[in-house]
Design a protein around this ligand. Structure first.
Ligand code: HEC
Length: 430
């Protein structure tokens, strides 16, 4: 079996559990490590890592050309990059190239090799790619540019309109993760607006006494619902819920947002509609963390959402505010896309995959649900129930006392047609 075949096989068997596990924050959710059927450890024969040049010739030259000139033998709907000029749009340091090679570039033919090449080979081929270009002049270090290096970073500030015609975002939150992706949130109501890749943030607003917007250095790879997404969660009856950010937290490699979901009526007094508006018992508490994800044929990202009943931390000291204590979390809906889906298939481990041709850009989504037992128990997989809702697509989240973990993957193939869908389904089901 060739190295590529072997690694695709390894990816296939571990595909979703691997994602679920790696995205769960080692300390936060140790119980998920014991999910039955975790086949992450599929025996991979010990093999001498290959040189960067060898990996390049076998795996990359097809698209990038043997000399890295971008003239490979595969005809792509957009040209692969020439490495000879050394002008990389997603960063030109060994670390940045390593991240691009690991995660791929969503929406382009550039796949992620995080699961199919060992780390040492990815690092070697990154060095090799740099060696193809001209000698590098070290960039003049602008002090205001923030890089994500050893830990995920959070930066708050103002954003320009994410897409033309959209409103400015006065309170934004950028999260930079170690996979080279960054996550552009509206902080007020915790809406993920866009996923970006490459550089992180230029804090040029520091020069302007906080009045000027942050400069986002990453290139957008996905605008969710066109950059103007609505509320992500709704009651089972379809009434939208308001999200309110409680805290941000770094755990190992993972960046977590913690927010509560409230009934819309909190916003009834526009002047007060803010995190300090009158307290209401929350419907649920959500922990969210994002990371890169890919199949051999397409790159994308994954959101891990963990929902718990919301006990108000202030209710113990207050009077009569403990309505939520001990209550189960009610059934909810998670908005997936504002278009319908055309096909649905199941993968191993109770995963459900949707083909969304009408989304802009077309995407493939994977969903996996677990009930997480409290005391050292294992995650109990649940079948995903998908609902159509006014032409949109939503996921049903059943009521529970136990935390519910949702792994929501969005893959951005460069084109989505019957042939690319068939390839993805094959990779999903392996
Ligand atoms: C299926 C075709 C394909 C294969 C195989 C492929 N690439 Fe790419 N790669 C592309 C395309 C297309 C782009 C340009 C994407 C875009 O439009 O930004 C790209 C972009 C890149 C970039 C980003 C350059 C930048 O501007 O920052 C790097 C780095 C890269 N590829 C490295 C590799 C390496 C290393 C391999 C082998 C391990 C590889 N690629 C295999 C198609 C491919």
């Amino acid at each position: 079996m060739s190295a590529t075949m072997r690694s695709i096989h390894v990816l296939g068997s571990a595909v979703f559990l691997g994602w679920a596990l790696s995205s769960c924050g080692e300390e936060l959710f140790p119980e998920l490590k014991q999910v039955p059927g975790n086949v992450n450890a599929v025996g991979e024969a010990e093999q001498e890592p290959r040189s960067g040049a060898e990996v390049f010739a076998v795996t990359c030259a097809l698209c990038h050309g043997e000399t890295g000139d971008g003239q490979g033998i595969v005809v792509l709907d957009r040209p692969a990059r020439s490495f000879q000029e050394g002008a990389f749009s997603f960063g030109n340091t060994p670390e940045a190239l390593f991240r691009t090679i690991s995660a791929g570039i969503g929406g382009t033919p550039m796949p992620g090799f995080g699961a199919t090449l060992p780390e040492v080979e990815r690092r070697r081929v990154a060095d090799f790619v740099i060696s193809l270009g001209p000698e590098q002049v070290p960039a003049a270090g602008a002090a205001s540019i923030l890089h994500v290096q050893e830990r995920p970073l959070f930066v708050r500030g103002q954003f320009r309109a994410p897409v033309p015609g959209a409103a400015e975002v006065p309170r934004g939150l950028m999260v930079g993760t170690l996979d080279g992706l960054s996550w552009q949130y509206r902080a007020d109501d915790v809406r993920l607006l866009a996923v970006r890749q490459g550089g992180f943030v230029d804090r040029s607003d520091w020069g302007g006494r906080g009045g000027s917007p942050l400069k986002l250095l990453g290139k957008p790879v996905h605008f969710l619902d066109g950059g103007t997404p609505g509320p992500a969660f709704a009651t089972d009856g379809g009434a939208p819920l308001v999200a309110r950010l409680r805290s941000t937290l770094v755990e190992g490699d993972q960046a977590w947002l913690r927010y509560r979901l409230l009934e819309e009526s909190v916003g009834a007094f526009p002047g007060l509609a803010g995190p300090s508006a009158g307290y209401q018992p929350g419907v649920a508490m959500v922990h969210e963390s994002c990371s890169a994800a890919s199949l051999p044929s397409a790159a994308g990202y994954r959101r891990s959402l963990r929902l718990e009943p919301d006990g108000d931390p202030r209710s113990s000291s207050g009077d009569g505010g403990s309505a939520a204590a001990g209550a189960a979390r009610p059934a909810l809906l998670l908005h997936l896309a504002s278009t319908g889906y055309s096909e649905m298939v199941n993968g191993p481990g109770n995963t459900t995959w949707l083909r969304l041709d009408d989304a802009d850009p077309p995407v493939v989504m994977g969903l996996q649900l677990y009930l997480v037992a409290f005391e050292g128990g294992v995650g109990q997989p649940l079948a995903a129930v998908i609902r159509g809702l006014d032409g949109a697509t939503a996921l049903s989240l059943p009521a529970s006392d136990a935390p519910l973990q949702v792994e929501w993957t969005t893959l951005l193939p460069s084109t989505l047609n019957d042939a690319t869908w068939a390839t993805m389904v094959e990779e999903i089901q392996q």
